[in-house]
Design a protein around this ligand. Sequence first.
Ligand code: 13P
Length: 252
Amino acid sequence: MRQKIVAGNWKCNTTLQEGVELAKAVDALVAKEGAEDVVVVLGTPFTHITKVVDSVNTERIGVAAQNCAAEASGAFTGEVSAEMVKSTGAEYVILGHSERREYYGETSEILNKKVALALANGLTPIYCCGEALDIREAGTHNEYVVKQLEETVFQLSADDFKKIVIAYEPIWAIGTGVTASSEQAQDMHANIRAAITAKFGEEVAEGTSILYGGSCNPSNANELFANKDVDGGLIGGASLKAEDFLGIINGF
Ligand code: 13P
C-alpha cells in the first residue's frame, strides 16, 4: 500500500551508545509531535539494531538494516544474512544504495540475490536507484534509472514488487547540500511511476511508495513532499539529529 515514509539512513555513523540515545530522542519526539500518518524508519548499523529495537516503540517506529548478504548462510566471513537481520526485529533493509554500488561493487546480479533473500525472510527492501552527475548532465537520467529498475526489481513478480519501497537518490545530491529541485524530483518520480505502470499496471504503480533522498532537510522537505509522486524521504545527514529528522517527518 502506498504510504508516506520517512526513513533515516545513519550510514557508518554513531557508536552503539550514541545510536541508542539518538533512537530514544527520535522515539520521544515522534510520540509527542510526529505526524501520525507518516511511517518512520531508522536505518542503523547492524551492531545497533537489537538495542534500537528495544529502545523505541516498534508499533510506531520501524528499524532497517543498511545491507544484507547475498547468500542465505554459510562460510561468508563478516556477512550478515537477511534471516539474521529479520531475527533482530528489523522490518526493513536498505538495498542498492549508490555507496554500496560504488564502493563495494554491488551489481544488479548481486542486488537481485539480496532482494530475493530479503523478501523470502519477510523484510521490506527499500530499494535505491539514482544517477551520477554526468548522466544527469547528458540528459539520459530517466532512461538510466528505469534501466536500473529493469535489471533488478522489475524482474520480481507483481506480488513481490508490491512489497518493496523505491528510493530515488540522485548521486549528485547525496551529502552535497545540493538537493534536487522540487521539479526534478517530481519529474523523476513520475518517470519511475510510469515505468512501474507499464510493467505491473496502474494499481501496483499507485500503491508503490517512492521516496526521495539527497540533501533533504527540514527546510526543503515540505516543497519536495508536496509533489504528488514523492511519498517521503530517505534521509542521511539530517537523520543524525533527532529534531531535524522530526522536522522532515512533519514536512508533508
Ligand atoms: P544525505 O541526506 O546526507 O544527502 O544522504 C542521502 C542518502 O544517501 C540517504 O540514503
